[in-house]
Design a binder for this molecule. Structure first.
Ligand code: OGA
Ligand code: MN
Length: 203
């Protein structure tokens, strides 16, 4: 069902968006152009050659949290140029941003999510068995919106961040486990490379 919002309600929600964003300013970091257009093309070509091109988009798993997706892990010996992009992002941008000083050795294999044009990830909180305190996502190929809100309360603490291709977002603190996150449907294919550590969650 569609419901019209009155202007007053729109203003309140815009205000709420602004103030909750400020409250979590340091817990959501967003950086643009962290890889060049050439590096983006190289990463995508490698991922396509390696796995993605040969696979079909699947309907959904994780209790239908994700729809029209493919996924892979960046494990084993990566070609030198791909490995150096990953190492640079982790060493220069991701790891220094976390207070508990995670080391590269504590990071899990980067997780690749390939969303079809109309694929999306519904609101969820990451499973603590497969993730720790660090969450960083490199977005490639197309623009999507990341939406965060209090877990179980879609109207509370709403934060939206537009994720452009070649950008990196990082979540920490309460945004990691007290908030649910989702990636809205778009109009073009989108790839993400997700970096996580294997620490116990820190609140
Ligand atoms: C996930 C996830 C977000 C993204 O894989 O759990 O939330 O940016 N991914 O792809
Ligand atoms: Mn997630």
């Amino acid at each position: 069902m569609m419901r019209w919002r009155t202007p007053a309600r729109l203003i309140t929600s815009a205000r709420r968006l602004l103030s909750s964003h400020n409250a979590h300013e340091s817990n959501l970091v967003y950086l643009e152009e962290v890889v060049s257009v050439q590096e983006e093309a190289r990463l995508c070509a490698y991922l396509d050659e390696g796995w993605l091109k040969r696979r079909r988009y699947e309907k959904g798993h994780w209790d239908s949290v994700i729809s029209k997706y493919k996924e892979a892990e960046l494990v084993g010996d990566l070609p030198g140029d791909v490995a150096s992009i990953v190492t640079r992002l982790m060493g220069e941008l991701v790891l220094p941003r976390y207070d508990h000083k995670p080391t590269a050795a504590e990071m899990m294999a980067p997780h690749v999510v390939d969303l079809d044009a109309d694929g999306f990830i519904s609101p969820h909180v990451d499973n603590v068995r497969h993730s720790g305190a660090v969450l960083a996502g490199l977005s490639l190929l197309s623009t999507r919106t990341l939406r965060l809100h209090k877990d179980g309360a879609p109207e509370e603490g709403l934060i939206e961040q537009v994720l452009r291709p070649r950008s990196l977002y990082m979540l920490k603190g309460p945004l990691r486990y007290d908030f649910a996150h989702s990636i809205l449907a778009g109009t073009h294919r989108r790839l993400s490379v997700i970096f996580r550590d294997a620490h116990a969650p820190i609140h």
